[in-house]
Design a protein around this ligand. Structure first.
Ligand SMILES: *Cc1c(COP(=O)(O)O)cnc(C)c1O
Length: 359
């Protein structure tokens, strides 16, 4: 069987390791940028009542019309722009790649960046080009980006705004230079939109190759798996052709529509996460030996003293706190850990554990 596997499976797939999600049972989960807050009891009962109307024996609405309308209303989507729904924005990243993939074509993004861009580029048979960010503050290296775009002529450029796993937001003028230089699509991935005041949504239409991608995951609906892509209708009509039918299931459609009608609840939660991000940043600043990177997302990247990230990660886990160890993920992330902003109690527990482990 082994030889048959090795002769059949594409070499680039054989060389991969499956995307690993560590088990988190019994741990304070500060590794995956989830919203720590549950739903108020009244909202829960109303939601469960809504689910009574669902018919699980029927296929969902193929376009998710009601959900699209709720998103347009809640998220300030320009009325002259198209809207496409995905099973998480991860699926939209894949649909974009499938739409343009041809041998020799390139997908370009920055490093360190969101790993799914690279994975999906590879899955779809394209080549992935990662351009390093600047070492000192993870800002865009504009000359290097423009040079890479000129050389590689990428079909797709993905830019996370703010960036994961660094947390910073790139310079708007640099982004515009990239959009103007790119021969293909530029997708601005605004997964962390609830945690920043900046967006490219209002600039859609200024360039015919700009698309904006969002998700409801980080605002507090990660379990529903819903992402959305916004941009000029002619582009979205093409991308819609590679979408598998019924990609957004009926429970997600109904639940997300319901949640968006109560967006004030989630706005209050994400606003409090933003406040807690400030408190956490301050508390982490009091820990000797930690270098902090400013964040406009719901996590903070920190650099530990050389060679200690693994031991600190393990020490936190012994104290029942799960974070993300990024040491080894990319040379620019040596000794780095990514800390999701949790509830005040969770953050305090993490800070205490860090102090104990680093003392
Ligand atoms: C979390 C994240 C996503 C994934 O969103 P889903 O909708 O949960 O698939 C996309 N892009 C970036 C940059 C992210 O950090």
């Amino acid at each position: 069987m082994k030889s048959r596997i090795e002769s059949l499976v594409r070499p680039e797939i054989l060389a991969l390791r499956a995307y690993h999600v560590p088990p988190a049972a019994g741990l304070i989960k500060l590794d995956a940028m989830e919203n720590p807050y549950g739903w108020p009891e009244s909202l829960l009962s109303e939601w469960l009542e809504t689910l009574r109307g669902v018919e699980p024996n029927r296929y969902p609405d193929p376009q998710g019309e009601a959900l699209q309308a709720a998103l347009r209303k809640a998220m300030g989507i320009p009325s002259d722009m198209g809207l496409l729904l995905g099973n998480g924005s991860d699926e939209l990243i894949q649909m974009l790649a499938l739409t343009v993939a041809q041998p020799g074509r390139k997908v370009l993004s920055v490093e360190p960046g969101f790993v799914i861009y690279r994975m999906v580029g590879l899955f779809s048979g394209m080549e992935y080009v990662g351009v390093p960010l600047q070492a000192e503050d993870f800002s865009l290296d504009l000359p290097a980006m423009l040079e890479a775009i000129e050389r590689e002529q990428p079909a797709l450029v993905y830019l996370a705004y703010p960036n994961n796993p660094t947390g910073n937001r790139f310079d708007v003028d640099d982004m515009v230079r990239i959009i103007e230089a790119a021969p293909g699509l530029v997708i601005v991935d605004e997964a962390y939109a609830p945690f920043t005041d900046y967006s490219f949504m209002g600039l859609l239409g200024d360039w015919d190759n700009l698309l904006v991608m969002r998700t409801v995951s980080k605002m507090g609906l990660a379990g529903l798996r819903l992402g959305y892509l916004v941009g000029p209708t002619p582009w979205l009509a093409e991308i819609d052709k590679v979408r598998l039918p019924y990609n957004v299931n009926v429970l997600t459609q109904v639940s997300a529509t319901f949640a968006l009608e109560h967006k004030d609840v989630f706005d209050a939660q994400t606003q409090s996460i933003r406040t807690e991000r400030g408190h956490l940043f301050e508390a982490l600043g009091g820990i000797e030996g930690l270098q902090l990177y400013p964040s406009e997302a719901n996590f903070i990247l920190v650099r530990t003293p050389a060679g200690r990230a693994g031991a600190i990660f393990d020490g936190l886990k012994e104290r029942k706190i799960l974070i993300k160890n990024l040491d080894g993920a990319h040379p620019l992330l040596a000794d780095c850990l990514r800390l999701t902003v949790g509830s005040p109690e969770e953050n305090a527990a993490m800070v205490e554990a860090l102090k104990a482990v680093m003392a």
